[in-house]
Design a protein. Structure first.
Length: 414
């Protein structure tokens, strides 16, 4: 190793300021830089401790540095990292077996992110329609306020104009309907539609669960028109709602399900799950990615799945959800100037800001962080909570105290 180069790299101090100097400014991260985590606890560069109710945007669902995952990853790191798609590997075969045994799916395709999982799902839907019905069956129907990732295709399918502005021309043949609007779905889903994409719980769009009747109608309309029903469970899947996947709680089965985020608990992996009938459309060479399902990522995901997909674990998620919802409802009742309602599903919850705090979700997030509680926002009008699924009742009580202290600070300052 070149000693001079090494010391140059390691001795420059890194701070939040460094971000503004050398990172492409796509994000506006917090002023504090976390350096270490354990469970739901996190410490910043100054040693200040935080209670993490973000899970890295519903990713670290087993908390930071979960011992089972650390052990599995360390063992795999000493065994085999990567092969390339000319070879398969044992961890990915086990993961595919486990995911297909646990769900409606017969087959899995692995990639590295939610956007890539959705990209694969959309491409598969197009290919299927192309093969079975012809090129005219190409329209994709999605929902306003949905979020499906940041590739050009997935931002175009996503229902938020702010993410496509300036990136035109966009892929054509994509239409949006209001979420939970059955009549709009009936109008939009006609014979030229190849795919309908929906989040069973809209995450980025403000933490809004789908109505069961809406999902059932989408299923019926897809069956009638031969369109493929895609559930984007990148955020709401992997135990977040208290079911392994949200579709199980709704009793509506998609043709394709996408997963990522919590699937790797922070180790990048995405998955597209589907049926035998659909999968056969993606033959050798038709789609792929270098890292998808490599032994490291597959090992982590397998251990995540084994830990989460236990009746006792999922029952506890539902119990913790009940406690957290009740706790937040009391906060809403005690701070009507700040919040109007609590909504969401499982441990993916949103507190909707009141008229007097319009546009100020970020201020609430900042005040909470100052008190040592990390929260998310979902747009300007919703404070989002997504604690690790292992959150204890004591930690919920602690979050309650810190949130109330933050709201008192905000109201004093006003
Ligand atoms: C985060 C998210 C994505 C995108 O996942 P990336 O890993 O960031 O590409 C897609 N869909 C939903 C519902 C998400 O929440």
């Amino acid at each position: 190793m070149n000693a001079k180069l090494d010391s140059t790299v390691t001795t420059r101090p890194v701070t939040r300021q460094t971000f503004d100097e050398v990172l492409v400014p796509t994000y506006a991260p917090s002023a504090m830089v976390p350096v270490r985590g354990a469970g739901l606890d996190l410490w910043d560069q100054n040693g200040k401790q935080y209670l993490d109710f973000t899970s890295g945007i519903a990713v670290n669902s087993l908390g930071h540095c979960h011992p089972v995952l650390v052990e599995a990853l360390t063992k795999q790191a000493n065994t085999l990292w990567h092969l390339g798609n000319g070879y398969t590997n044992e961890p990915v075969l086990r993961l595919a077996l486990a995911l297909t045994e646990a769900t409606f799916a017969d087959r899995a395709f692995f990639c590295n992110s939610g956007a890539e999982a959705n990209e694969a799902a959309l491409k598969l839907a197009r290919k299927h329609a192309h093969t079975k019905f012809g090129a005219q069956k190409s329209r994709i129907v999605s929902c306003f306020h949905s979020f499906h990732g940041r590739t050009l295709f997935t931002v175009s399918v996503g229902g938020q104009a702010k993410y496509t502005e300036g990136f035109e021309p966009l892929p054509p043949s994509i239409d949006h309907i209001p979420y939970n609007d059955i009549e709009a779905a009936q109008m939009a889903i006609t014979d030229d539609v190849c795919a309908v994409v929906v989040e069973p719980v809209q995450g980025e769009g403000g933490v809004v669960p789908a109505d069961a009747d809406f999902l059932k109608e989408l299923r019926a309309l897809c069956d009638k028109t031969g369109a493929v029903l895609i559930f984007d469970e990148v955020q709401c899947g992997m135990g977040r709602t208290g079911d392994l996947f949200a579709y199980m709680g709704y009793g509506v089965t998609p043709d394709i399900l996408t997963s990522a985020k919590a699937l790797g608990n922070g180790y990048p992996i995405g998955a597209m799950l589907t049926t035998n009938e659909l999968a056969k459309n993606l033959g050798v060479g038709s789609h792929g990615t270098t890292y998808g399902g490599n032994p490291m990522a597959a090992t982590v995901a397998l251990n995540v799945l084994e830990t989460i997909n236990q009746p006792a674990f999922l029952a506890r998620v539902k119990e913790a959800s009940k406690n957290l919802v009740a706790t937040l409802q009391k906060v809403v009742a005690d701070y009507p100037q700040v919040f109007t309602t609590v909504r969401g599903s499982g441990l993916l919850l949103g507190m909707v800001v009141a008229e007097g705090f319009k546009g100020r979700s970020k201020d609430i997030q900042k005040a909470a962080e100052a008190q040592g509680l990390m929260l998310l926002i979902a747009g300007t009008e919703v404070v989002r909570l997504a604690p690790a699924l292992i959150v204890s009742d004591a930690q919920i009580a602690q979050a309650d105290r810190l949130l109330r202290a933050a709201l008192d600070d905000l109201l004093k300052a006003a």
